[in-house]
Design a protein around this ligand. Structure first.
Ligand SMILES: *Cc1c(COP(=O)(O)O)cnc(C)c1O
Length: 390
């Protein structure tokens, strides 16, 4: 179906941070398939894990125990706040699952009226009917009425409005620590701590959508670690499979107490192929030295982008983000597609976002040289865009 406005490039293979098109042209991939290829393309350990599993067993369904699920869940539990994990196949499914966990928690706690979830303007939680309603973006909801009920939206920076929105039917507050699709807009760490405190005061669950911010993207294994708070429920996907489709809902035992046999399910969720890859991704990304290296590279990227903001102040309004989830907002006379197109023409892949901005999402394995090369290519692309405008 014609649901995508695709760029007219066909890639044939990938090597680390590079994609090679059919015509032999090489592209530096600073989009990472929208924050998915955390370990770049064709990472030898991921290829080996997938090949080895492919020769043993692909799928059994969740009618039986799945060894890979048990071991990946144990790793996630050891590394995070979570006591329990549900595996699914995508970010939207992980967010849907998180919403179900929150509603079910209050249902089994004797407060079945607590069904409403407070979410934030500019959010993105996926394209299913409930996650579209959760984000409340009119552009994505158009033509898909009736809108799923049970979501209340507030502006991200209005803490008073958030407090006023809490009522007897509120079940949870749900947010992305950094809004990715929305334009790389971060909740300051102290704000996330204040939202945590609000949840505690009112008996609400804090649900974090770390589909884009998670699995090392911000230089911590999960972005909420920067705020030094823990959620009750968390959705992950994107980088978790490094390109293999997989997602998960993580929760405390208390938050997940309503998720008893028969309450939720997925045919493909946590399939052995996905688990083999996700297990390897988690092993590599959770190493403290790996995350430290991400933070160092992130510093270099941020300095480069701030430099470009100074040299191209006619185009760039500000630079934002954390770790390797960076972006820049453009002046109103420039559209993200112009910059993304000009960059692709220079051999650099970027991703557009809301709030008139562009995302820069290198694979977490990018070298210092590749970060510098990306900045150089972007500088040339911006020069072209400036030239076109004059
Ligand atoms: C991409 C994304 C989703 C949706 O993930 P899909 O795998 O496309 O369903 C949800 N939440 C956030 C924050 C995302 O960035």
């Amino acid at each position: 179906m014609g649901t995508y406005g695709r760029q007219n490039i066909v890639f044939e293979r990938g090597e680390g941070c590079w994609l090679i098109a059919e015509d032999g042209q090489r592209y530096l991939d600073f989009g990472s398939g929208v924050a998915v290829n955390a370990l770049g393309h064709a990472h030898p350990q991921l290829v080996a894990a997938l090949k080895a599993q492919a020769e043993k067993l692909w799928h059994t369904s969740n009618l039986y125990r799945v060894e890979g699920q048990e071991s990946v869940a144990e790793k996630l539990i050891r590394l995070t706040f979570a006591d329990t994990v549900f595996f699914c196949n995508s970010g939207a499914e992980a967010c849907e699952g998180a919403i179900k966990v929150a509603r079910r928690y209050h249902y089994v706690s004797g407060q079945p009226e607590r069904t409403r979830i407070i979410t934030f303007r500019g959010a993105f939680h996926g394209r299913t009917l409930a996650t579209l309603a959760a984000a409340g973006n009119p552009k994505y909801l158009e033509g898909f009425a009736p809108e799923a009920a049970g979501f209340d939206h507030v502006e991200p920076d209005d803490h008073e409005a958030l407090e006023a929105m809490i009522g007897p039917e509120t079940a949870a507050i749900m947010l992305e620590p950094i809004q990715g699709e929305g334009g790389v807009r971060a909740f300051p760490p102290e704000r996330i701590a204040a939202i945590r405190a609000l949840c505690d005061a009112h008996g609400l669950l804090l649900v974090l959508d770390e589909v884009q911010t998670g699995v090392g993207r911000t230089g911590k294994l999960f972005a909420h670690e920067w705020a030094d708070v823990v959620p009750d429920v968390m959705a992950i996907a994107k980088g978790f499979g490094g390109g293999f489709p997989v997602g998960a809902v993580l929760a405390t035992a208390e938050a997940a107490k309503g998720m008893t046999p028969g309450t939720h399910g997925s045919t493909f969720g946590g399939n052995p192929l996905a688990m083999a890859v996700a297990s390897t991704v988690i092993d590599i990304v959770s190493e403290p030295e790996f995350l430290e290296a991400v933070r160092l590279k992130a510093l270099r990227l941020k300095q480069g982008l701030v430099g470009l903001k100074d040299s191209h102040s006619d185009l760039i309004e500000d630079v934002r983000g954390e770790g390797l989830l960076m972006g820049f907002k453009l002046k109103s006379h420039v559209a993200p597609a112009q910059v993304v197109g000009a960059a692709a023409a220079q051999g650099l892949l970027l991703v557009g976002a809301g709030d008139n901005s562009v995302r820069v999402l290198p694979p977490l394995i990018a070298s210092d040289t590749e970060i510098s090369e990306g900045i150089q290519l972007l500088s040339r692309a911006l020069a072209h865009v400036s030239g076109e405008g004059s």
